[in-house]
Ligand binder design. Structure first.
Ligand code: LLP
Length: 414
């Protein structure tokens, strides 16, 4: 069930009218449903019942403190990729001992901060990183818990920009090189080898690539085990897709059951790093039509949200459904929904049949993941407000940025 539905002809987030939210907080505005976030997380939890498993939400999908705090309260762990995300998780009440640190370019400072916080594991992505982490840990008199991100060379069958598990991608260590690197890691005194991880891409709508990747990883794990290097955890990454239009991704339970079946009687702890499938359909971007421009080759609905607010269409030609908040009868026209930014790539949706007038509110759906977290200030546009709805209650999760915020760190030369 969607958290966003029509009530008396007006789109609501749970029990709150989006018209009311626009009036109170202005537009553009991201609106999230607490119930939707919690229910997706619970689906993960339910599928993991009876297993030693930890769901480490991928912070990059939506890093608002209110979102992180809800998940922390439910017991989630977190997958981070920067010191900034580490600070966010801590500020939101997340436990360091449930944090995974992923990413190909961890700096020495980030390693120090992760070690000082006592995080669960560093997902190491190269030999050079292994060596750096070893020396940083030794300099602090610590041992860093590590996993190697092994690239299984599997085609995730998703958009090339969000496919990460092929040989040509920058992520992880090569499958064939992994045995040597594990042996090397085991011999480095500043490291404690605890697990293995893989992540082959994002917005996957089929289970087969996950299965193929896990099979290859398990084959490798067994080989490692036979050479006297047993692992304590398997991190199966994230990547499960959501429905934006007519995709038919497997349910969370279906996806996990099929992976868990492959683990058979293995008792190692399982870690997961889902992002989009927890928050993607729990959020929308609320925007108002400033102008309609009709009569030329194309019709444009020029709205007050832009590529700086939601970059996915410009970056991946991603498709997001766009619906009127208060649908009206009348002639439908085909519109390109575009923002005010000075780029032809600044569109949110193209060729959509809509019956609208200027001043109308539109909701860009499925915008809870990689929406606000990828936003920018391009064209000196303050970032949107973020609101979390909880039943009939509305919580301002992030105030709209002000124009002063935009250049308060800038200095004119004397
Ligand atoms: N773990 C790692 C190591 C990752 O790199 C990612 C996402 C995740 C977990 C979470 O993946 P998810 O469950 O959200 O698919 N900006 C793109 C998506 C980039 C994904 C980057 N990595 C988009 O808007 O589609």
């Amino acid at each position: 069930m969607s958290a966003f539905s029509l009530v008396d002809g007006v789109l609501h987030a749970e029990s709150v009218s989006l018209e009311l939210i626009a009036k109170k907080f202005g537009t553009p505005c991201y609106v999230y449903s607490r119930a939707a976030i919690e229910s997706a997380y619970r689906e993960y939890e339910a599928a993991c019942a009876g297993r030693n498993a930890l769901v480490c939400y991928a912070v990059k999908a939506n890093s608002n403190l209110a979102v992180l705090n809800l998940l922390a309260r439910m017991g989630a762990g977190f997958d981070i990729v920067s010191a900034g995300e580490l600070a966010r998780v801590t500020a939101a009440g997340g436990s360091p001992e449930k944090i995974l640190f992923s990413g190909v370019g961890k700096t020495e400072t980030e390693m120090r901060q992760g070690l000082a916080a006592g995080i669960l594991c560093f997902n190491v992505e190269s030999e050079a990183e292994l060596e750096r982490l070893n020396s940083v840990a030794l300099s602090m008199g610590k041992q860093a818990p590590i996993s190697l991100r092994v690239n299984p060379d599997v085609d995730a069958q998703t958009h090339p920009y969000i496919s990460t598990g092929l040989k040509e991608n920058k992520f992880g260590v090569a499958y064939d090189d992994a045995p040597r690197l594990y042996r090397k890691a085991a011999g480095l005194p500043g490291l404690r080898v605890t697990g293995i991880d893989f992540h082959i891409g994002s917005q996957l709508t089929q289970i087969a690539p996950f299965e193929a990747a896990l099979d290859k990883i398990l084959e490798f794990v067994d080989m490692l085990d036979a050479t006297g290097l047993p692992l304590q955890h398997f991190d199966l990454g994230g990547g499960l897709g959501i429905r934006y239009s007519d995709e038919t991704p497997p349910a969370i339970s279906q996806y996990l059951n099929s992976l868990f079946a492959r683990l058979g009687s293995r008792r190692q702890r399982v870690l997961l790093e889902p992002g989009r499938s927890i928050v993607g359909n729990a959020g929308i971007l609320l925007t108002r039509i400033e102008y309609l421009k009709t009569g030329g080759d194309r019709n444009f609905a020029i709205v007050d949200a832009a590529m700086n607010d939601l970059m996915r269409p410009a970056l991946y030609e991603a498709w997001h459904d766009v619906v009127p908040v208060a649908p009206r009868d009348g002639v439908e026209r085909s519109y390109d929904v575009v923002g005010p930014v000075c780029e032809s790539g600044d569109w949110l949706a193209r060729n959509r049949r809509l019956s609208v007038a200027s001043g109308d509110l539109l909701a860009v759906l499925s915008a809870g993941a990689y929406g606000m977290s990828m936003s920018s200030n391009y064209n000196s546009r303050p970032r949107a407000a973020e609101v979390m709805v909880d039943g009939e209650k509305v919580h301002l999760a992030r105030a709209r940025e002000t124009v002063d915020d935009l250049y308060s760190a800038e200095r004119i030369m004397p």
